[in-house]
Design a protein around this ligand. Structure first.
Ligand code: 8Y4
Length: 262
């Protein structure tokens, strides 16, 4: 999964995809095409910044950012689009524009989100986050990180089934970096087989995150090799979807793994 960040404050793309407070569709289309050429199977489009400390935006701001992009890309590209949102209005509008998947860092806990997702009939990524982006990195604490995250996800699976979303539509994500210390993240990474075992597809996002910066003592611009290493290790443990900035490098690493496993 290639990342297409359309937040105006995204530090990964330096604001290149934004002009005068609105997404620049030509630049976004160009970047999306380059991610496809590099081998992306899926693109994740997000309009709400979930960086630690980031504030939230209104539904109409998010719709204004995301919908024109979903609409332009579905019209011009042949790749499934995942929309990174927690907002029921965005879920509904994205489904109507042809989005292929909902990626929710709040696992459909916002009021109305689970009903909107059920109505859309789209597959959904359920991600674990402790707290909210504003406060999630303020001394996150768990009883038992692995069991707590597994229990949260199984509760969300049950809530989805009760709301009419079949298990076959669900993807699980432990939510690396979302209310977690480096130790928490490493414990979760080592436990990836436990997340894979129940049989639902597992997704991870590790690309350029602080846990890699902490391990390498490197700034965000120098984390791609570490990100590829973690992507490869995640794939080897059975993870199905890997959300990355550096699609080309990750695809090369995964091709090597595929050849070895053949
Ligand atoms: C540098 C680069 C520093 C990126 C921080 C970040 C995930 C996700 C994000 C994830 C799923 C991010 C939307 C955070 N991470 N969705 N979204 N799983 N499902 N931070 O891990 O990339 S955004």
């Amino acid at each position: 999964m290639g990342i297409l960040n359309i937040t105006p404050d995204s530090f990964s793309d330096g604001g290149q995809l934004y002009r005068d407070g609105l997404p620049n569709l030509d630049n976004i289309l160009f970047l999306a095409e380059s991610l496809i050429k590099e081998g992306a199977d899926l693109l994740d489009i997000g309009g709400e910044s979930t960086r630690p400390g980031a504030g939230s935006i209104t539904a109409s701001e998010e719709i204004e950012r995301v919908l024109p992009v979903v609409s332009a890309l579905t019209a011009r590209l042949n790749i499934p689009l995942s929309v990174d949102t927690s907002c029921p209005e965005v879920i509904e509008a994205a489904a109507a524009e042809g989005a292929a998947m909902i990626n929710d860092v709040r696992a459909l806990r916002r009021p109305g989100a689970i009903e909107a997702a059920a109505k859309s009939q789209l597959p959904v990524v359920l991600m674990h986050m402790l707290g909210e982006p504003q406060n999630m990195q303020q001394a996150p604490a768990y009883n038992d990180i692995v069991n707590d995250v597994l229990a949260f996800l199984s509760d969300r699976i049950i809530a989805c089934e009760l709301a009419g979303i079949s298990r076959s539509k669900l993807v699980l994500d432990p939510g690396f970096g979302f209310g977690k210390t480096l130790d928490h993240n490493l414990s979760l990474f080592r436990a990836l087989p436990k997340f894979v075992a129940p049989g639902l597809p597992v997704m991870v996002g590790l690309s350029r995150k602080r846990m890699i910066g902490d391990m390498l003592n490197k700034p965000v611009a120098e984390r791609d090799t570490g990100s590829v290493a973690m992507a490869l290790l995640a794939a080897q443990q059975g993870v199905s979807i890997i959300r990355v900035h550096n699609v080309g490098g990750t695809v090369d690493a995964l091709k090597v793994l595929t050849a070895i496993n053949r």
